[in-house]
Design a protein around this ligand. Structure first.
Ligand code: EUG
Length: 609
């Protein structure tokens, strides 16, 4: 399809998931690049028909769906029985994983429901308990690279919370907090703060792309790039519907004290056990409200960029970064990126540079970089200094004195860079302005999909080198291009290696899976674990966190059985399988063609909660 014939991207006035008007031209461009790279039709008829979950017959399932339609309104329950459409980031599906590692009819929903209230969520949970039908809650479903909106269990009913529960319930400029429902995106929250004239006062923290749910991203322990980059650490207060038949609604922290609304977002703990943790990266409850702390506008900020020529500079760079980062001289979650990623983010396909097999040769990458405004390098550091000019200068001078110790370093003057350069996108993001630029590297491959290897390590040269070496070896073995970014938190770094693959190329999907699984095992042997992972890899990753014979999973299972005795909520999420599914071969360990196990237990326990 040519660019002109593509329909316009929905804006925030059209849909909760839309793009802000200011980013519409960027969206139009991004969409055309992605659609130009699609080699097959965007939609396909479901070859295997309606994906009914295990443990229920088709007639019983359809009768249960009719019951739910009667309860929620027929327009709020939609069967997924005809065809699925991949779309793109801004117009993504809520039916399946658009970036599938297995067949696209594996991680797929049987139906989508759109609750409009906490009461609707409770109704759906009671219904699921009654019929023993698995539910899969999503907020926006833009968890791309980790499974997107897809359920782990084939045929689960997706609870799309975002479509109708997308209110910003409060923005409090005195306490610097907000309270949001699942469907509030970074785009929407940012625009609303500006619309209320609070932009001079409040900043939000945003990830690389702004279309995700503020609530969903924090629950998945996502990362942004201002000093408030650890989203889970920045949240305060949850409202959760529990998955047991009573569908109890709980407020955590100060939210449990009636009348304490003013401190719900000001103090995260309340009294007694701090329960919020069990609702992140889990399947223990449906979060319907979340408080978030907001950063005071620092009164100015200044993006900066250094490049380093030699691959071998990685270790010494990390040794320089760590003390500066922990001391908050380097103030934000910065990115240290490899040059191939900066080539890919220019948006052109790999085939524009190289048409051979296997990983793209380094020489080609460096020759291409020489033609770009930034020039040639191997590593690039994108940082941000906050505050008024004299405060920024104090910090920037220290950083400069350290970085210039590395031979061949270059400080790039942003004023020399054209406005389309990727630097300006990083500059916006670290300033708390959500953007859409990052998407461009999915065009590296036709039908570009991506999936991440995301291990955590200390900010040390030796750790960075070990991870870099193992990733390089596994990528070379599998003929894949390696484009890592080290995201430097406060005392750790998240290495993010997104493998970009052609979703229509079965062989390449298999190589991507092999590469990921081997990297996960290699890393675990060295003491590095993923902070987050794709649906297909959750069992393997959970299995690496196995100290004391898997004590943590034993506890997780006990919690699961207590809170969700019928095992209806997101079975398998983060490797946690309810009793009904346990020991029936549902775990994916690699090479499988089916994501399903051998049935479920017929029953259900009785819950006291
Ligand atoms: C990115 C960052 C992540 C992640 C997945 C993707 C973006 C990379 C810091 O966390 O988990 C450019």
């Amino acid at each position: 399809m040519s660019r002109d014939s593509l329909p316009q991207t929905p804006t925030l006035s059209d849909a909760h998931s839309g793009i802000p008007d200011r980013l519409l031209p960027k969206a139009t461009h991004a969409k055309s690049l992605i659609y130009n790279g699609k080699t097959t039709p965007d939609s396909h008829k479901l070859e295997r028909g309606l994906p009914i979950p295990q443990g229920i017959s088709r007639p019983k399932f359809l009768a249960a769906i009719d019951e739910l339609k009667a309860a929620l309104g027929p327009e709020h329950v939609v069967l997924n029985e005809k065809e699925i459409t991949n779309g793109w980031y801004m117009e993504h599906p809520n039916t399946h994983d658009m970036m599938p590692l297995l067949d696209s009819e594996e991680f797929i929903a049987s139906a989508i429901t759109y609750p409009g209230s906490v009461t609707d969520v409770q109704t759906t949970i009671r219904w699921a308990n009654h019929h023993l039908i698995p539910l899969h809650p999503i907020s926006l479903g833009r968890n791309l690279g980790y499974g997107g909106s897809a359920p782990r269990v084939r045929g689960a009913v997706t609870l799309d919370l975002g479509k109708r529960m997308n209110r910003i319930l409060a923005i409090n400029p005195d306490d610097y907090t907000c309270l949001v429902e699942p469907g509030v995106t970074y785009y929407a929250l940012y625009e609303e703060i500006q619309r209320r004239g609070l932009g001079d006062k409040l900043c939000i923290d945003v990830p690389d792309l702004g279309g995700g749910s503020v609530l969903g991203n924090a629950l998945d322990r996502g990362v942004g790039y201002t000093p408030y980059g650890d989203h889970w650490a920045a949240h305060s207060g949850l409202e959760v519907v529990l998955p047991s038949p009573s569908a109890l609604v709980v407020r955590t922290g100060m939210g449990a004290l009636p009348g304490a609304e003013n401190t719900w977002q000001a103090f995260p703990y309340g009294f007694g056990p701090y329960s919020d943790g069990i609702f992140s990266q889990s399947n223990y409850g449906v979060v319907t409200k979340m408080g978030m702390t907001l950063m005071p506008n620092p009164g100015g900020c200044e993006g900066f960029m250094y490049t380093f020529q030699r691959e071998g500079d990685l270790a010494v760079l990390m040794e320089i970064i760590r003390p500066l980062r922990i001391a908050n001289v380097l103030e934000n979650v910065a990115q240290l990126r490899h040059c191939l990623q900066t080539l890919a983010v220019r948006g052109r396909p790999r085939s524009a540079y190289f048409t051979g097999e296997g990983a793209m040769p380094e020489g080609v990458v460096h020759e291409e970089l020489k033609k770009t405004p930034v020039g040639d390098f191997t590593w690039v550091y994108y940082g941000m200094a906050y505050g008024p000019p004299q405060i920024r200068k104090y910090k920037l001078d220290i950083v400069d004195a350290e970085f210039r110790k590395i031979e061949g370093y270059r400080k790039i003057d942003p004023a020399t860079l054209p406005k389309e350069e990727y630097f300006w996108s990083r500059d916006k993001i670290a300033a708390g302005i959500p953007d859409l630029e990052e998407l461009a590297w999915v065009n590296w491959m036709p039908n570009g999909a991506h999936i991440a290897f995301s291990p955590i390590a200390p900010i040390r040269g030796v750790d960075a080198e070990r991870l870099w070496d193992l990733a390089k070896r596994r990528h070379a073995e599998n003929g894949l291009d390696l484009m890592p970014a080290f995201c430097v938190g406060l005392r750790e770094m998240h290495l993010i290696v997104e493998i970009v693959f052609d979703a229509k190329d079965g062989g390449m999907r298999k190589r991507a899976e092999k590469c990921l699984r081997d990297m996960i095992d290699d890393a675990a042997k060295l003491g590095y674990g993923e902070y987050r992972t794709h649906l297909a890899l959750m069992d393997q990753v959970a299995g690496t966190y196995n100290w004391n014979d898997g004590a943590l999973m034993e506890m997780n299972n006990k919690l699961k059985d207590a809170l969700d005795p019928n095992g209806i909520l997101a079975p398998g999420r983060c490797g946690i399988w309810p009793a009904r599914y346990r020991n029936r071969g549902w775990e994916l360990k690699g090479g499988e063609t089916s994501s399903e196990g051998d049935g479920v237990a017929p029953n259900a326990a009785v819950s006291k909660i």
